[in-house]
Design a protein around this ligand. Structure first.
Ligand SMILES: [Mn+2]
Length: 503
């Protein structure tokens, strides 16, 4: 048996545990606020409905000790934590005495949890990993990382929840498309899916909920005017076109495509096959003239929801995923869940919410423009610290940092640290690297852990090139000082590696 088969065997054991639960009890679902977490909860809700189980759902930004103690004080015996919980599983086990908590997660394992650490020491031995799932008194813990499966790329929270649901009852195959949306939101799709994600996609194709076609890798082909799609296209980048609305319109005329359909702007999905071919070759040519590394790297898989109308913001799985993220960030996750479950009212409200979210984002960008030269921006050698305090929504700090990173205003390779206060007396911190390359030798998760090492009450997480942290508000000044210190010492060594590599 390979590790994937063992992992599914582990899910089967979790399902067996689930079947033992008293049917009269209400199940408390707690999930993460991003697209993946929202998708996970939608899949689980549908599965529990089929089982005729009662449930109640909460979506949270993070699962800290305080939140867990509050949950434990509620009047529930059974819990499901989806897309979160693994990195605090030892705390879950110690807090939820006399309860049963199912943790379905793909995040890093808890360094304080002896059971998962034993599996890591045994080099993810499959038998050990299987035993670990039910080795707790109050937790049933399923995480592909235990089996040596890459939780960053091969499967996400929604995928794990989907496989759990599929074992519980094959009728849940009808939810495969939701897991695909979750994986796309989690950026696990790169010209196709790997292993378990791909297996789930095959289910979605077989049940007919999703169709895949090759197409231009642009965002918004269903809903945005074509010239807007080109104006905003950072990846793939079109030299001389990206970044300017008027250039995009002129260029379309120049290559023989009318940007209008009568009175209205033409959208990507309106293009005839002939015009689509014309557009593709013109983009490749434009990139060749600019000596782009891979001028023809403009195509990718487009995942379309079969039962949504052409031109709808729910048609393209990538646009749907963005919509779900915006629901989470505006604290309106329930609209996202409703939209995934096909509720028309929720879908409409989710669209209104997307407009409100875009306003918040614009507000954040305007604040950043006006903050130039102020004390809120700390500029150093190779980095910038943006301290937005209460001026922007804490849930858009990451997106703000990403937009600045891709805007070409900072030198390539500049580290961006963006901070904003939450409603819980904490500060949310996001880090990004400026530029459009995918692999700078700058390890942001190492940098962020070094910064928070001396800060009490801080926690961090993330990946090599997109990491974040949460600190208490009282530590704001100390954090900035620590960040300057760490970046001044760590960055030069990493950047030196960068210049060696590129020459
Ligand atoms: Mn996730």
């Amino acid at each position: 048996m390979d590790s994937y088969t063992y992992f599914k065997e582990g899910l089967k054991r979790a399902v067996d545990e689930f079947r033992k639960l008293d049917k009269k009890e209400t199940i408390r679902i707690v999930s993460h606020l991003d697209c993946d977490g929202i998708s996970s909860s939608a899949i689980l809700i549908r599965a529990l409905q089929h089982e005729h189980r009662n449930y109640t759902v909460s979506i949270v930004q993070q699962l800290n000790e305080k939140a867990m103690r509050e949950l434990n004080a509620e009047n529930f015996k059974y819990f499901f934590f989806t897309d979160l919980g693994s990195s605090q599983v030892s705390l879950v086990e110690s807090i939820f005495k006399g309860k049963k908590v199912f943790v379905l997660d793909h995040h890093e394992l808890d360094p304080k949890d002896k059971i998962s650490q034993r599996v890591i020491s045994a080099k993810h031995d499959a038998e050990q990993a299987l035993k670990a799932i039910t080795a707790y008194e109050h937790v049933v813990h399923v995480n592909p990382v235990l089996f040596g499966v890459d939780g960053g790329r091969e499967i996400c929270g929604a995928g794990i929840t989907y496989l759990f649901a599929r074992i519980l009852n094959p009728v849940n195959k009808a939810s495969a498309h939701i897991a695909v949306i979750g994986a796309i939101g989690e950026v696990q799709e790169h010209n196709g899916f790997l292993s378990l994600n791909n297996e789930i996609l095959q289910d979605a194709l077989a049940t007919g909920t999703i169709t895949v076609k090759r197409g231009l890798r642009f965002f918004g082909m269903q809903t945005r005017p074509l010239h807007k799609v080109l104006e905003y296209s950072n990846d793939p980048y079109i030299p001389g076109v990206t970044g300017s609305e008027s250039s995009a319109i002129q260029w379309l005329h120049h290559i023989g495509i009318d940007p209008k359909n009568g009175k209205d702007w033409k959208r990507g999905m309106h293009l005839s096959e002939e015009d689509m071919a014309k557009l593709s070759s013109a983009i490749i040519l434009q990139r060749m003239q600019d000596n782009h590394e891979n001028p023809e790297d403009i195509f990718g898989n487009v995942y379309l929801l079969a039962h949504e109308k052409e031109g709808s913001p729910f048609k393209d799985a990538k646009e749907f995923a963005t919509l779900l993220n915006s629901c989470g960030r505006m604290q309106k996750a329930s609209l996202g869940i409703g939209a995934l479950l096909g509720e028309q009212k929720a879908k409409k409200a989710a669209l209104d919410n997307l407009a409100a979210y875009r306003k918040e984002l614009l507000k954040a960008l305007n604040w950043y423009k006006e903050a130039q030269g102020s004390r809120n921006l700390v500029k150093g050698n190779g980095y910038i610290i943006i301290n937005a305090q209460d001026n922007i929504l804490s849930t858009v700090t990451g997106t703000l940092a990403s937009i600045i990173a891709k805007s070409n205003e900072l030198r390539e390779g500049t580290v961006i640290v963006s901070m904003a206060r939450t409603q819980e007396q904490t500060i949310k911190i996001s880090t990004r690297i400026a530029g459009n390359k995918r692999d700078y030798p700058i390890d942001l998760s190492a940098i962020i852990s070094a910064i928070i090492a001396k800060i009490e009450g801080a926690s961090s997480g993330g990946h090599y090139q997109a990491a974040g942290a949460v600190i208490p508000c009282a530590q704001e000044t100390l954090f900035i000082a620590q960040a300057q210190d760490v970046l001044d010492t760590m960055l030069p060594a990493m950047v030196q590696k960068l210049s060696v590599r590129t020459t």
